[in-house]
Design a protein around this ligand. Structure first.
Ligand code: ME8
Length: 512
């Protein structure tokens, strides 16, 4: 059986409600997954929920419910966001599932038997908020950084995973594998981290301190450290230990935010795999952060806006368009309602929405609701086709390089080009003339607009699947599973029925 294109997101902490950062990562990964399917790959797209750990246990305690009850409730919320955003994942993993517990215990036992895990007494500083030991070196001006929360000194017996012995191997892996981390500049963060000697990783927590975790198979007094448990999700869902594993592993892309590259994904994970004799993932796609995303945004009126509410208000595709158009993958981006509204109104409602309704309107009036034949090719047609040729030559490469913001920019430049073409040809003026040449130009202009619109939405499909399908249905174009042949100008729509005029992007109602 052939290898699938296996792509994963981070699994979200079941420690609070989903926010813009979570939603963005799903959209980004979904676009890659949908694009790969169009390119002919068989895709396995995994996302999920990270349910163990001290924070989850503490939040549940505060609420007076069990951690499992709390996770079950949050799982509904997180999966709900995936549904609302039309995320096309093939699997959803929760780390409290039996299939996952089994794999975590299996690999712990394997590493223990191989002598990769040892027991030792450890005295050190422990950050409750980060759920990890920290060292004096991490102090800033003699103080623990804010992100550590309360830090306490403790003496504990624990189990340790031998990371340190793999340090040189890991440095070589990162240095010699230019393609491993995208964007490449993030690899420098990893190498910087590896300039300091690595400590072995404490992979257990005594049950007296933390119960909410996966029990160590070789010592029932301990549970597994949450990061060790969480990272393992990628192989659990790939069917580790079964015949299915070969079909999925190695992962093609782990999509993650910049905060969890170092050390978990670029240090712990590669070493865990190496110690287990499992192949390394092919790539990490590391995105930046939405700033002010956690904060609720207030408008001048004093209303409060949660970015995820925009999905219901303006539609999943408008949300998907906005986050993809604004974020240069790898960089940070600022979220603001003003920016969202400006993109919605100018790109979606004006440029794209008006173009569609204009075409349908004229088709109904001048060509009996059908796409006519393109009969002539004069300067305006030549110009628009040339613009398409330029756009088309860039689009697939931009998608392959995760330059989605640029791809959308090119597509919307082309949409503006179609609108300009309509202004130049002015079919509404041609319609007033009985001259045969004017009538041929009228038919040509509607045919050209319809074909150009079909082409414009081909590569919008992975970003705005619902709207693209709607537009295709309105101009009589067929849906497709494969990109092949879709990007060529072909006047394919001749004779197709045009749909009724509709408003694809309604203007928001003004509040009094
Ligand atoms: O880190 N902008 O979970 P998480 C963009 N459970 N992305 C953001 C963001 C923001 N403002 N805030 C968070 C965890 N993210 C672990 C992962 S994987 C084996 C375990 C991203 O819920 C963040 O970078 O804190 C991460 O990739 C994802 O959301 C989940 O974050």
């Amino acid at each position: 059986m052939s290898k699938k294109f296996y792509i994963t997101t981070a699994i979200d902490y079941a420690n609070g409600s989903p926010h813009l950062g979570h939603a963005y990562e799903k959209v980004l990964t979904d676009i890659v997954a949908r694009f790969r399917r169009l390119m002919g790959d068989e895709v396995k797209f995994l996302t999920g929920l990270d349910e163990h750990g001290q924070k989850v246990q503490m939040s549940a305690q505060q609420e007076g419910i069990t951690p499992q009850e709390r996770c079950d409730r949050l799982a509904v919320e997180f999966q709900g966001v995936c549904g609302r955003l039309h995320i096309s994942n093939d699997d959803y993993i929760r780390t409290t599932e039996a299939r996952h517990k089994k794999v975590v215990q299996e690999i712990l036992q394997k590493l223990y038997d191989k002598g990769e895990i040892y027991k030792a007494e450890y005295s050190g500083y422990y950050s409750k908020r980060q759920e990890q030991f920290v060292t004096e070196k991490e102090k800033v001006d003699g103080e623990w950084p804010e992100i550590f929360g309360e830090v306490e000194e403790i003496i504990e017996t624990n189990y340790f995973f031998k990371l340190a012995q793999y340090q040189d191997w890991l440095v070589d892996l990162i240095k010699n594998n230019e393609e491993l981390i995208y964007p490449r500049f993030r690899a420098a963060d990893v190498l910087q981290f590896l300039k300091e000697p690595l400590n072995d990783l404490c992979i257990s927590r005594p049950k007296e301190r933390l119960e909410w975790g996966i029990e160590l198979p070789f010592d029932a007094d301990f549970v597994t450290y949450v990061w060790f448990d969480a990272l393992t999700n990628y192989i659990t869902a790939a069917g580790y230990g079964t015949d299915e594993f070969e079909q999925h592993w190695p992962a093609d892309y782990h999509v993650i935010g910049k905060d969890i590259l170092v050390p978990p994904h670029a240090v712990y994970w590669p070493i865990m795999l190496k110690a287990l004799g499992i192949e390394q993932p092919k790539h990490f796609l590391v995105h930046g952060w939405w700033l002010s995303s956690g904060a609720k945004m207030s408008k001048s009126t004093g209303d409060v806006v949660n970015p995820l509410d925009l999905i219901e208000q303006f539609g999943a595709d408008a949300f998907r368009y906005f986050v993809t158009r604004e974020m240069n993958v790898g960089q940070d981006s600022e979220f603001s309602l003003e920016l969202f509204m400006s993109r919605y109104n100018s790109d979606l409602a004006n440029d794209l929405g008006n173009l569609v309704s204009r075409l349908l309107n004229m088709g109904g009036r001048y060509t009996e609701g059908k796409v006519p034949a393109a009969e002539v090719e004069d300067a305006p047609e030549k110009e628009l086709k040339a613009l398409w040729a330029k756009t088309e030559s860039e689009l697939v490469n931009l998608f392959e390089d995760f330059q989605f913001h640029k791809a959308l920019d090119r597509i919307f430049t082309f949409v503006s080009g179609i609108n300009k073409y309509a202004e130049t040809r002015a079919p509404w003026k041609l319609a007033k003339s009985d001259d045969a040449a004017d009538q041929a130009a009228l038919r040509t202009s509607l045919a050209t607009m319809a074909e150009a619109l079909r082409l414009a939405v081909v590569m919008l499909t992975p970003v705005m699947p619902e709207i693209s399908d709607k537009i295709r249905a309105l101009v009589g174009a067929e849906s497709f599973d494969r990109l092949e042949g879709q990007l060529e100008w072909g006047n394919r729509l001749q004779g197709q029925a045009l749909g009724e005029k509709t408003i694809l992007f309604p203007r928001p109602e003004r509040k009094a």
